[in-house]
Design a protein around this ligand. Structure first.
Ligand code: FE2
Length: 172
């Protein structure tokens, strides 16, 4: 079935990513609150980091450049890229940590806050401006969808498992 039948437009597809990752963060918070096993937390965080990596990349490769060209607000798009860069720094830090390490939960919750702030900005500013621009939001869906599927496969083979991240840390 074509991706265009699943998603109304690019915003719909991207916001579905936001909702999914928000749910994963809430699951992580639930595990922290209930003293859940580190292994489960680590697996969840691997998924969160992979999903965010893919999401930011399809935005940066496809959605942002088209929106930038259509809305004439470079400052807004630069700010969105800056927020992505901040999130990527936190993701890289978390990927180098073991789930049992001190500060792990705090780092993940910091990422949650960073992501939520960015999502709010994106919804209220970028998506809003894109919606009323000439950008072909429907036309972008198949491209975003295809690129997302390809990147998902790539990150799944590349990303460290929580335990290997921990081992690497000990060895260095
Ligand atoms: Fe986003």
């Amino acid at each position: 079935m074509s991706a265009t039948l699943f998603y109304e437009d690019a915003i719909d597809l991207l916001d579905a990513d936001h909702k999914l990752v928000q749910k994963l963060f809430l699951d992580f918070q639930g595990l922290c609150d209930n003293g859940g096993p580190s292994e489960t937390k680590g697996q969840l965080v691997v998924k969160i980091c992979q999903d965010l990596t893919v999401h930011t990349q399809i935005e940066e490769e496809i959605f942002y450049p088209r929106v930038r060209a259509a809305i004439d607000d470079d400052a807004l798009m630069d700010e969105a890229l800056k927020e992505h860069a901040e999130a990527k720094e936190v993701i890289a830090r978390i990927q180098g940590m073991a789930p049992t390490e001190d500060g792990y939960d705090t780092a993940v919750m910091h990422l949650f806050t960073t992501v939520i702030d960015h999502v709010m900005d994106e919804r209220e500013k970028v998506f809003l401006k894109a919606r009323y621009s000439v950008a072909d939001l429907r036309g972008m869906v198949p491209e975003l969808h295809e690129r997302k599927k390809k990147l998902q496969k790539e990150v799944q083979t590349k990303a460290p498992t929580p335990s290997s991240a921990g081992k690497k840390k000990v060895a260095s």
